[in-house]
Design a protein around this ligand. Structure first.
Ligand code: ZN
Length: 411
């Protein structure tokens, strides 16, 4: 998805504002002697922005519009070091609400819906993003914020909530509680709008079946407005994103060059009309791919695949970029295999080797299953791994996140 002339024009306006504000990106541009871009090639030569650049601008160094135009700040929750502060103008707040309302519309939600919002409010962008979009749409908001499951379920019944906005883990917890209490007949939920953390198809199916609702993945990050910059439609063929507000490229996180549509890589986002804190070529470190072609819904907005993980998860084996999710998806197609697996990468006799350990839950021919999996993996990633099938329960489990990839090459 190459950048269009209209998008290039908007980028030039962002470049002008950033240069005038003389913030970190404005200075990067000046150092590189760049005053504008007139072609996709020139755009691809623009420097990237990184989270560390944003941290370095703490507290208000990202502010690109004059102070009197700034109406609000949000902050991304940094686990280490300084947080990132993003200033918003009134127009930024409005644009975000327009995008978010569009997300609800793509999910078939209308002004007759009652939307229960469980993500947090405050410095974080989640709760208020869900709320502004819903109000823009004209729906009724039930602004719960997180936690207090007792009260959530009470309001859900009394208010007749039809839409649940939540993280996948909280949606799962609520669905289990509803089942446990036997109150499913009192719940009117029809749809769930779920923040796009990485979640398995298994979890998605569990929530959808137990609550009897349709689920929609919403994408976004605080650095770029917040949640609401993309969502899947009812055809569920990836998340449509709003290319009139953002330009998205997928790059190879190692070579930093854009990859062709359909290939997985890192999502890099450029804001097109942001005033408070425009960002050019911001590296999200989220992994996905652009889905080529048109969606059956007829929307002209391009699509991103479900987030496959973070660039830190990526493995480079035999010169090929491999993501754990690719292996996971292949294994899901084998009902004989359990959901547990382990990948070990080693370097033997000058060559990279990938071994995949798989558990089986049936009485199958281990060797035959291993061969079938190896053939399938080769067809997807381009080389044949060593696959070893073991008895169910032999692979390590942990209460927290199980370590599934062990790279022994650099030990
Ligand atoms: Zn669609």
């Amino acid at each position: 998805m190459r950048i269009s002339d209209t998008q290039l024009e908007l980028v030039n306006k962002q470049i002008k504002a950033l240069t005038a504000a003389d913030n970190f990106y404005g200075r990067k541009l000046k150092e590189a002697g760049i005053t504008g871009v007139d072609s996709p090639e020139a755009f691809e030569a623009l420097p990237f922005s990184e989270k560390d650049d944003l941290r370095g601008a703490y507290p208000l160094g990202l502010m690109t519009a004059p102070e009197e135009k700034i109406v609000r700040i949000h902050s991304s929750s940094g686990t280490t070091g300084l947080p990132v502060i993003i200033p918003y103008t009134a127009k930024d707040v409005e644009d975000w609400a327009i995008m978010f309302a569009r997300c609800y519309e793509y999910a078939g939600i209308t002004n007759m819906d009652r939307i229960q919002i469980t993500p947090g409010y405050g410095l974080w962008t989640a709760g208020i993003g869900f709320q502004n979009g819903a109000e823009r749409l004209g729906a009724m908001v039930i602004p719960m914020g997180p936690g207090n499951t007792e009260k959530q379920l009470q309001m859900m019944q009394d208010m007749g909530s039809t839409v649940l906005c939540s993280t996948s883990s909280y949606a799962l917890l609520l669905s289990e509680e509803i089942e446990k209490r036997g109150i499913k007949n009192k719940i009117k939920l029809k749809k769930g709008v779920i923040g796009s953390e990485r979640w398995s198809d298994k979890m998605r199916n569990t929530i959808a079946t137990s609550l009897g609702i349709e689920l929609y993945d919403i994408y976004g990050l605080t650095e770029i407005y917040g949640p609401g910059i993309g969502i899947n439609c009812k055809y569920n063929t990836g998340m449509h994103y709003w290319d009139d507000y953002l330009y998205i490229e997928i790059i190879d996180p190692v070579t930093l060059k854009p990859v062709p549509d359909g290939q997985p890589g890192e999502i890099v986002i450029t804001t097109l009309v942001k005033e408070g804190a425009p960002l050019i070529r911001y590296r999200t470190h989220d992994l996905s791919r652009i889905i080529p072609g048109q969606c059956p819904c007829g929307s002209r907005h391009p699509r991103l695949d479900t987030i496959m993980g973070r660039t830190d998860d990526m493995m480079k084996i035999k010169g090929v970029n491999v993501f754990p999710r690719q292996i996971e998806e292949i294994l899901q197609a084998f009902p004989e295999a359990s959901s547990e697996y382990q990948i070990r990468i080693s370097h033997l006799d000058g060559k990279d080797t990938m071994r995949i350990y798989v558990e089986t839950n049936g009485s199958v021919d281990f060797l035959d299953l291993a061969n079938r999996i190896a053939t399938k993996v080769k067809s997807v990633i381009g080389f044949t791994p060593l696959v070893k099938v073991v008895e169910n329960g032999l692979l390590p489990r942990s209460e927290k996140k199980t370590k599934r990839v062990i790279d022994e090459r650099y030990d």
